[in-house]
Design a protein around this ligand. Sequence first.
Ligand code: C5P
Length: 310
Amino acid sequence: MSASVTVRVPAKVNVQLAVGAARPDGFHDLANVFLAVGLYDEVTVTPSPDGLRVTCDGPDAGQVPLDRTNLAARAAEALAARYGRTPDVHLHIAKDIPVAGGMAGGSADGAAALLACDALWGTHASREELLDICAELGSDVPFSLVGGAALGTGRGEKLRPLDVGGVFHWVFAMAERGLSTPAVFREFDRLGEGTDIPEPVASQPLLDALAKGDPDALAAAVSNDLQPAALSLFPELAGTLAAGRAAGALTALVSGSGPTTAFLARDPESAVKVAETLRSSGTCRAVRTASGPAQGATVLSAQNRHGIST
Ligand code: C5P
């Protein structure tokens, strides 16, 4: 059996986020087109005789909860409960995905911890079982496991993989503070009060643009129904979006529930240019480039108790 397993897991951007009316359970039906992008967290799991514990390092580590509310801890507990064992592991998160940023960083850590514990414990859960646990943990967690590109329906957890015919080049601007996903959905409800909210449906031109790998067509088709709500709670994001557009991005949008803003570039060179301009614009905290699609949660390495890679 291994004594340590490391899993790498990507962030996501939603190239379409169509949101329906609030359901009786408080969630919203979605047509959610996820694209995994190459900004990664790594979760390393090792046995811990003192019981479950979580540590984290990285620029945003101070904002990551280290208690049982962390999705990585909840993933370990959920898998352990299914297999009648104790979740006696140390989960270390090397965090590069922005925290509370609308890029599924917490969900990513949940999916990574699940895969890592499965490998460490040799539980050999089936893909379906892992996806079931992911869906219990949160709406975005199944996609973090799967990666690539996918259409999420229901509350986002029912996935259909999508073909992507090329690499898309993105720039991401991290904001000065986070936004709470439930708060953004509540603001969506408030802004929509008294209006007729249509059923969410995936955009065919958008799916075609992904399949062709055509950045101009994708730029013309992206949409995010949560963007007005995110902007209402965080009006300064409008300045970041405008700065990226002015710098030559093909399109600019809020990523998921925000506040990270996403800018699509035609090629890697123009992504670097947009990133440089955004960095000097004074409208954001940090800027990163990343391309997608990226592979879902992946076991990077497993070491036995003697520290030898297996
Ligand atoms: O599923 P997850 O725990 O990540 O969702 C966080 C919150 O986002 C939910 O509690 C809910 O307020 C909101 N949400 C929603 N509809 C969805 C997904 C999330 O209202 N489809």
